[in-house]
Design a protein around this ligand. Structure first.
Ligand SMILES: *Cc1c(COP(=O)(O)O)cnc(C)c1O
Length: 391
């Protein structure tokens, strides 16, 4: 089928018309259980009444005014996010890449303000930070850089989950200003570092005067069983990016920072036309309030454990499985072989899943699923894996 859409995505042959909770209906009326939530975006599931009401109410009042004026809803959202995270200042934008782009600019600006005029940011192999030029440079996956050179200067890539490599990189480069990483690598294959790794990274940053930048675009907003994944390790980043599930599908991103780190970001230093507009802020406020009032952090932890335990039981002794791992409601099942084809097979069976890093089945269901739906996901995915490994 010829399409007027630029060919940047290999799309599955299905279009959805409506959704409710963890379920989607396609244009032929077939139903699907959604274990991906639009790639960790729809934490409250589809057509959530709290988000719908906020959007309808706000759309009838005011959608956009620009950041040339006060935006009270943006102020409210910023205060909420600061209270929840322990950070002090927020810059709102429209996507994860933009939130990371802001993070990178904040680090550079901070470095220049402190006399480092060729600042370098340490980033991780296997990391993912977005598709703008700076964020794709910061990303670990070589494939997404091909054909886009020259890339952006000022990054140094080291192995993830490797403290010795970090210390060595810091020792051999005096111009490092920041270390930027995901608490759990999502696109990289649900790669969970050793317990204590993030704390050690934070300690190294603190002792050397480097900024700790956490990309919580995927792990933030209760996904891992805490509001932010850094809270599992009792650390506090200097800068943090959020996006994906912040607006439950309404595009919004946020870059948070400590006061003294954000201080060089004076009027005119950065900007965005849409970022944090009343419509997006109203959606995000509805999301934050729902997550808070229903203790969805605790619920995500429960569900994640249930799903992980479920898979460990149902796939126990199964040949061809390298590892079953999870961090809150991020689940990865790594096979010994490529399994990208499983996505299509699952679709035919009425289930939405994702395969990343070629061999890792990744599940990121909405946080609002019931125990029964969690068990259904485990049952369906286990059967699919067993059948796939039989052939
Ligand atoms: C998805 C993702 C991004 C990019 O977000 P976009 O909204 O696609 O720009 C950045 N970092 C992480 C960790 C992500 O998972």
């Amino acid at each position: 089928m010829s399409s007027a859409i630029m060919d940047t995505y290999k799309r599955l042959p299905v279009a959805f018309e409506s959704g409710s909770g963890a379920w989607l209906t396609d244009t032929n009326g077939k139903c699907y259980l959604d274990a991906l939530a639009g790639i960790a975006v729809c934490g409250l599931g589809h057509a959530h009444p709290a988000v719908e009401q906020a959007l309808v109410r706000q759309a009838g009042k005011l959608i956009h005014t620009s950041n040339l004026y006060q935006v009270p809803l943006q102020e409210q959202l910023a205060t909420k996010l600061c209270n929840l995270s322990g950070l002090d200042k927020v810059f709102f934008c429209n996507s994860g890449a933009e939130a990371n782009e802001a993070a990178i600019k904040i680090c550079r600006r901070y470095a220049h303000a402190h006399g480092n005029h060729s600042p370098r940011i340490i980033v991780m192999e296997g990391g993912f930070h977005g598709r703008t030029l700076a964020t794709l440079t910061a990303t670990g996956n070589k494939k997404i850089k091909v054909g886009f050179e020259p890339l952006v200067e000022g990054f140094l890539q080291i192995p993830y989950n490797n403290i010795a490599a970090l210390e060595q990189a810091c020792n051999s480069h005096a111009d490092v200003v920041a270390v930027m990483l995901e608490p759990v690598q999502g696109e990289g294959g649900v790669v969970i570092p050793e317990p204590g790794y993030l704390k050690q990274v934070a300690d190294i940053c603190a002792s050397r005067g480097l900024l700790l930048v956490l990309d919580e675009v995927q792990t933030g907003m209760c996904r891992t069983g805490k509001w932010f994944a850094f809270q599992h390790e009792g650390v506090l980043p200097d800068v943090m990016s959020l996006s994906k599930s912040l607006g439950n599908g309404v595009p919004i991103g946020a870059c948070l920072a400590k006061d003294h780190v954000a201080a060089p970001m004076t009027p005119g230093s950065h900007g965005t036309t849409f970022g944090g507009n009343p419509l997006a802020a109203s959606a995000a406020l509805a999301v934050v309030n729902f997550l808070e009032q229903n203790r969805m952090d605790i619920r995500a932890a429960e569900l994640g454990k249930r799903i992980l335990d479920g898979f460990r039981k149902s796939l126990n002794g199964q040949q061809g499985i390298k590892q079953i791992r999870g961090y809150g409601l991020m689940t990865g099942i790594e096979l010994e072989q490529n399994c990208a084809d499983l996505v299509q097979v699952a679709l035919e069976h009425g289930l939405l899943i994702n395969v990343t890093a070629d061999k890792v089945i990744r599940l990121l269901p909405p946080l609002i699923i019931s125990d029964t739906e969690a068990d259904q996901i485990v049952g369906m995915v286990s059967t699919l894996i067993k059948d796939f490994l039989k052939d």
